[in-house]
Design a protein around this ligand. Structure first.
Ligand code: PMP
Length: 381
């Protein structure tokens, strides 16, 4: 307490990092509206069987919460490996699976271990806008090239950027957000060949560039599009990142994971915070994975909805990016903000993202998608 006679203490200036000063935190609006199609979630809540199993498992974990959780969570890693064997027909050693609180955290850990001050991370726009924040937060130099026609990765452009920048990490989302574009296997193979010695100098020679293929939306890929998991065996510089947030319908759980070579896992374990994955998260994730068949059954339906939505948008005369994800990028609008707001006025929340003029809509339940179609028709009439 200060008396009237005492001078008011000068409020000290706090030493926030100069590159953070004045920035706004990242995040799509979390609005309580009728139809939420803005962050690519699975629109179906877990069934009561899943909810009950999660609740019982978390209850058992709660009895041991006086202890720190298992730092290495082998049971969860084995369950994730089993899931991938069913989902992608690739059997990976559970020891090569690593998990964290969302794939966002997995990728930050990768940059903590392989990026850092004096290092460079590269990606190709338009792509997931969090990538440059991972770079900023880990003191890694951020370089962004451009995608080619139809938002496809232009491997010649990748080669030029690699030769110029010698990045230690290349981040490629496949399917890409916000465009939905999957990386074709031939391009992936070429990129993996180009990156065997394109990285920073290490011990007098060129190290590889670590290629992170972010398959957050991998389960939604169309038939015939392989997962990059198939290429892991021949490419120790490949990391495949996945998440339970999207197709698996567990965005609220915060569980992302990756598969990579032993040396990558070992390096990430050096930078992870101790006990980063809570016992509650581990128990809930294991319970959810026990119901994988039920959760995976929704994926086919969502893919069908996605294709129908893209077809409908094309029939309305929009340009639509081919999508292997659970969202569709469409346009172009002279005033996309106006369209976004008019949809919101009708209780439909989508996302203003991607190149100027484009909008992105997530695939919802059939009722939600119908509400979006009706609102868009009204707004653009
Ligand atoms: N990668 C991509 C391409 C994404 O779109 C997202 C979420 N929007 C993530 C990663 C992060 O997902 P999570 O942290 O929930 O696993």
């Amino acid at each position: 307490m200060t008396s009237p006679q005492e001078p008011v203490p000068v409020r000290p200036v706090l030493p926030v990092r100069s590159d953070l000063a004045g920035l706004e935190p990242y995040g799509a609006p979390q609005l309580d509206v009728r139809v939420r199609l803005n962050v690519n979630e699975n629109p179906f809540p877990p069934s009561s069987a899943v909810v009950e199993d999660i609740a019982a498992s978390v209850g058992r974990a709660a009895a041991g919460l006086n202890r720190y959780p298992d730092r290495d969570f082998p049971e969860l890693r084995a369950a994730l490996a089993d899931y991938l064997a069913v989902e992608s027909h690739v059997r990976v050693d559970p020891g090569l699976v690593w998990a964290a609180n969302g794939s966002n955290e997995v990728m930050v850990q990768i940059l903590q271990a392989f990026g850092g001050c004096g290092r460079t991370v590269v990606s190709f726009a338009p792509t997931y806008s969090m990538y440059h924040e991972y770079a900023r937060d880990t003191c890694t130099r951020w370089v962004q090239g451009e995608r080619g026609d139809g938002f496809r990765l232009d491997v010649d452009e990748v080669e030029l950027v690699l030769e110029r920048e010698h990045p230690s990490v290349l981040l490629l989302a496949s399917p890409n957000n916000p465009t939905g574009t999957a990386l074709d296997p031939e391009s992936a193979r070429r990129v993996l060949d180009l990156t065997r010695a394109s990285g920073p100098e290490v011990e007098g020679g060129r190290a590889a560039t670590l290629v992170v293929i972010d398959e957050a939306y991998g389960e939604f890929r169309r038939d015939g599009v392989p997962s990059a998991l198939e290429m892991l065996a021949d490419n120790p510089h490949l990391v495949v990142s996945r998440t339970m947030s999207k197709a698996f319908g567990m965005a609220g759980l915060r569980l992302g994971y990756m598969v990579a070579a032993r040396e990558v896992i070992d390096a990430v374990m050096l930078v992870r915070l101790p006990y980063h994955l809570s016992a509650v998260t581990q128990a809930a994730a294991l319970a959810a994975l026990r119901h994988r068949e039920e959760l995976m059954a929704q994926i086919a339906g969502l893919r069908g909805e996605r294709d129908a939505l893209a077809t409908w948008l094309r029939e309305q005369g929009y340009t639509v990016a081919d999508s292997d994800a659970n969202f569709v990028l469409f346009g172009t609008f002279p005033d996309r903000e106006g369209v976004f707001r008019a949809l919101l006025d009708r209780g439909v929340l989508i996302r203003v993202v991607g190149p100027e003029g484009w909008l992105r809509v997530s695939v919802g339940t059939p009722e939600e998608t119908a509400a979006f179609r009706a609102a868009l028709t009204e707004v653009t009439a």
